[in-house]
Design a protein around this ligand. Structure first.
Ligand code: GDD
Ligand code: MG
Length: 354
């Protein structure tokens, strides 16, 4: 059986004031009426049955997640009792899947990415599932990098994989190393070297293989999974043990260390939409290169990004360039476009109710 584990418990600071701790990127309607979480679920249609799709989130977000994921069985949506980053979350997911099928193959998916070519996405996942099942490997998906972005993981690709799957149309590659979030200079080197891909944040493995790798490299998490498997009351075990697990991402905890990693190149479009700048690409553009989701009134104003939750409210710009203007029910952000990555500095100054 194949299961999907969707990680939907990240926090949202880059899209303030639209995003909040209770409403991060994957729960926003940035692109029309569908949230990224909703699209993540829909992309699995025909590939993985709904009863095999699990979502992990946290207490703050679970109500919103339940609403968006209402087509999944309610018992497939879990809230972690504390925020511990993705490695403990993935371990919990492995334990939950193993309780249903200890031999299952599992696809771990982030909830916060924009992917439009569903057919091609499904073909890549099918190949990754087959390769993972047949070769005791941890499969990653590689994105062709376009610049030395330091906020992604990098996969150094080796030779074509030599097993039976080398006959696939899009055959896997050996992975020389996995390097999470390199510093900017190192990222430049990787790009110059040429055989690096961005890590798409998706992982495909069989339960026995990933448990084996975890017991070698992250015994704390292997032990936690063991406790879940022996538990007669999983919720009680999670409540008692999860909050004291070491906070670390799966990329550092496992992927950088694992011995048997393979990579398949994504043949689909992929965007991590990490800031208002990247969202702007998907908004309407007016003659002055302003990007907006509303009817903007503009005089002598260029290259601005204007997003409003209340489209009936008029927004007018006069003689300003390169701004980000975001308007919600309770807040307004006016920022210099070149500081889009610093919005988190604003968030750290906000009163708790915002
Ligand atoms: N359940 C749960 N619990 N989900 C979490 C948690 C948590 O504590 N923390 C983060 N997530 C979710 C996020 O909502 C997102 O969907 C996914 O896990 C990945 O977490 P991010 O925090 O967004 O990771 P990242 O973007 O910095 O890096 C990862 O993704 C990149 C591609 O977008 C890494 O895998 C990188 O290597 C990769 O390049
Ligand atoms: Mg992310």
């Amino acid at each position: 059986n194949t299961y999907a584990l969707i990680l939907a418990g990240g926090s949202g600071t880059r899209f303030w004031p639209l995003s909040r701790d209770s409403r991060p990127k994957q729960l926003l309607n940035l692109f029309g009426d569908n949230t990224l979480l909703n699209q993540t679920i829909s992309r699995l249609e025909g590939l993985i049955p709904k009863e095999n799709i699990l979502i992990l989130t946290n207490e703050l977000q679970i109500d919103a997640v339940r609403q968006v994921a209402s087509e999944l069985p309610a018992e497939n949506i879990f809230a972690e009792p504390a925020k511990r980053d993705t490695a403990p979350a993935v371990a919990l997911g492995i334990g939950l899947v193993a309780a249903r099928d200890p031999e299952a193959t599992m696809v771990v998916l982030p909830a916060d990415q924009l992917i439009q070519d569903v057919d091609s996405f499904q073909n890549v996942l099918k190949d990754a599932v087959t390769t993972a099942q047949n070769n005791h490997a941890l499969l990653t998906i590689g994105i062709k990098p376009t610049w030395a972005c330091p906020s992604f993981g990098y996969i150094e690709r080796g030779q074509r994989f030599q097993g039976a799957e080398s006959a696939l149309e899009n055959p896997p590659f050996e992975v020389i190393r996995f390097r999470e979030k390199p510093n900017p200079q190192l990222a430049e080197q990787f790009i110059a070297q040429g055989n690096f891909a961005w890590n798409a944040g998706m992982f495909i493995w069989s339960i026995p293989t990933v448990i084996q790798e975890l017991s070698e490299h992250t015994p704390e998490l292997a032990k936690f999974i063991g406790e879940l498997r022996n538990s007669s009351d999983i919720n009680a075990t999670v409540a008692a043990q999860f909050p004291s697990l070491t906070p670390i991402s799966i990329d550092y905890a496992l992927m950088e260390k694992a011995s048997r990693v393979l990579n398949i190149e994504a043949s689909f479009d992929w965007d991590d939409v990490g800031s208002w700048i990247s969202v702007a690409k998907y908004l309407n553009e007016d003659e002055q290169a302003n990007r907006t989701n509303t009817e903007l009134i503009e005089v002598d104003s260029q290259n601005n990004i204007v997003f409003t939750k209340n489209k009936e409210k008029k927004i007018a710009l006069l003689g300003v360039d390169d701004l980000i203007v975001v308007e919600t029910d309770d807040s307004i952000l006016i920022a210099n476009k070149h500081q889009a990555d610093d919005i988190k500095k604003i968030v750290s100054k906000l009163p708790p109710e915002l």
